[in-house]
Design a protein around this ligand. Structure first.
Ligand code: PEP
Ligand code: MG
Length: 569
């Protein structure tokens, strides 16, 4: 049986072993392998209950350990920035979470030792988060991470995670805890590769923010010994074990030269022959918007409003929402800002907006569909966007996530137009790509969310590391969906952007432009790479790149064919 799964190992006649995975952050780096510390040994049972007289002491030991762990994580959060700081703060918050701490204390009061009580309470919380599904289920990694740190402290084991090496090294792991990736020093860890994880995993998001070359879902990675020298190529998606030293050095230098060229990028982006393409940023709040403006994004292509709502048990007031949106509008005064209405549900469940007991949340009540249960959440949010726009003089574009029918789009457009704003929807469900012309009769723009569009086109969970090859944005079927949508935009003269992770890949950006996409929105750290790359190719080359990508058999073949077209131009 033939397979196109990326776990391919090849050895060129006596040459080095090349492991293949999904490339997520471009760049080339070389170094000896380091790995996270081995797993913390977790006690599950005590030989005998702790004597009543000793329980207060046991509680104090637990509190001291939890405080120390929270303190260390908070310190690392203070030294980090952006997404890294947020991830570390979240994990530190869990180490101080009253619910978790009091569950441990109750178990100690019932006679468990501090370590056994910690393991039991963490298990209880992990089960709860798993039953909630989606992003909450992802918090299980955080709970287990906090558990391991506290138990290590209580039992004298070394702190789990990564010891920062003295020489620049490459970190290989099965998967990385969010707190490990967030705390990395990019001067000492120069690249990442993991056996699991997809292009939207935590590892990928943090690597992108730190600008560390990164490949995920790499087959055969477990067999690479610590200390072996590897070359990670985050554009080709390869990990080469014991590479030829001269060849490796040449590739590293070439990547450095390419990176240096980015330092001068100031936008706005055009192809080498002057075809303008807006390169915008995906942000979640005012701080992110200010960072994006400093990175020369032309505007915001996706304001993920739900991220500011995560963790709220009740809907934030119109005023609170308006203040948050105004901060983003101010960072991009006079420029384009696309606000996405609440994308609650599935991987982003919100206590006040989404049902808790859905059998299949990715196909359930999420995104715009939540208005079926509670239409007021949407209208109050639109009022808040309008209020922020009036206060700052902004003219925001507003789009809905997870739209499936023309009627849904028409109803949404009417609500947005009533408030004097510009309506659009995200293209995340194949039905929208297939009928894009009819949607555009009601809307002023479309924005393709390739993360979800690939999940629904290829029928593969976007969070599954095992299926990362299927949700690879280079899948020709996904590109065909993009083409259908872009062509509808060209026929009607309306803009069609891409705001999923696909837009962060400079080579794929050329393909998207060739397909007729008018704007690309990506993480602020990817803006210069994408913008600068477009400046090196003509529109005709992009169109040729789109042709070869569409006709390729699989993502690997598409990447290779496009690289050839772009390099030859
Ligand atoms: C997408 O689906 O591509 C997208 C941009 O939305 P999110 O990743 O927030 O679901
Ligand atoms: Mg989406």
């Amino acid at each position: 049986m033939s397979t196109t799964h990326p776990d391919v190992t090849s050895t060129e006649a006596g040459g080095p072993t090349v492991l293949t995975g999904t490339p997520v952050v471009p760049g080339v780096a070389l170094g000896p392998v380091i790995r996270p510390h081995g797993a913390v040994q977790l006690p599950t049972e005590d030989d005998a209950p702790v004597a009543e007289a000793d329980r207060a002491g046991e509680r104090a030991r637990f509190s001291a350990a939890a405080e120390l762990v929270a303190g260390r994580l908070t310190e690392r959060a203070a030294a980090a920035s952006g997404v890294s700081a947020a991830v570390l703060q979240t994990t530190a918050g869990l180490a101080k979470d009253r619910g978790l701490l009091s569950t441990v204390e109750q178990r100690i009061d019932a006679g468990a030792s501090a370590a056994v009580a910690t393991v039991g309470a963490a298990q209880q919380f992990a089960e709860l988060f798993t039953s909630l599904g989606g992003l909450m289920a992802e918090r299980v990694t955080d709970v287990n991470d906090v558990r391991d740190r506290i138990v290590a402290e209580l039992t004298g084991q070394s702190e789990p995670g990564v010891t920062m090496p003295d020489t620049p090294s490459v970190l290989l792991a099965d998967d990385l805890a969010p707190a490990d990736t967030a705390g990395l020093d990019p001067a000492r860890v120069v690249a990442l590769a993991t056996r699991l994880g997809g292009s939207t995993s935590h590892t990928a998001i943090i690597a992108r923010q730190l600008g560390l070359p990164c490949v995920v879902a790499v087959g055969g990675l477990a067999d690479v010994p610590e200390g072996a020298v590897v070359l990670v190529d985050g554009e080709q998606g390869t990990v080469t074990v014991d590479p030829d030293p001269a060849d490796a050095q040449t590739r590293v230098e070439a990547a450095k030269t390419a990176a240096a060229a980015l330092a001068g990028y100031e936008g706005p982006a055009t192809t080498a022959d002057g075809h303008a393409v807006q390169v915008l940023a995906n942000v979640q709040d005012g701080a992110g918007a200010r960072a994006a403006a400093a990175a020369h994004a032309e505007g915001v292509g996706l304001l993920r409003t739900e991220l500011a709502f995560l963790g709220h048990s009740e809907e934030p007031s119109v005023e609170e929402q308006a203040t948050g949106y105004a901060a983003v509008f101010e960072a991009f005064a006079g420029r384009k800002v696309v606000v996405r209405t609440l994308d609650a549900g599935s991987d982003k469940p919100l206590a006040f907006a989404t049902p808790a007991d859905e059998a299949n949340p990715a196909l359930g009540v999420r995104g715009l569909r939540t208005t079926r249960l509670n239409p007021g959440i949407l209208t109050r949010q639109l009022d808040a966007v309008k209020q922020a726009a009036e206060a700052t003089g902004a003219a925001p574009w507003v789009m809905a996530p997870m739209v499936s029918t023309v009627a849904e789009a028409a109803d949404f457009a009417a609500l947005v137009r009533e408030r004097g704003m510009v309506p659009g929807v995200m293209v995340e469900v194949p039905s929208v790509a297939l009928l894009a012309d009819r949607f555009l009769e009601h809307l002023d723009f479309l924005s393709i969310g390739t993360n979800d569009l690939s999940q629904y086109t290829l029928a593969a969970d976007r969070l599954s590391g095992d299926l990362a090859d299927l949700t690879d944005p280079w899948q020709p079927a996904l590109l065909r969906m993009v083409q259908l949508t872009a062509e509808a935009g060209q026929r009607t003269g309306k803009p069609v952007g891409v705001c999923g992770e696909a837009a962060a890949d400079p080579l794929l950006a050329c393909v998207l432009v060739g397909l007729g996409i008018t704007s690309l929105s990506c993480a602020a750290s990817s803006v210069a790479g994408v913008g600068a790359k477009l400046g090196t190719v003509t529109l005709a080359t992009c169109q040729r790149a789109a042709e070869v990508a569409l006709s390729a058999a699989d993502p690997q073949a598409a990447r290779a064919a496009v690289r050839e077209v772009v390099d030859a131009a």
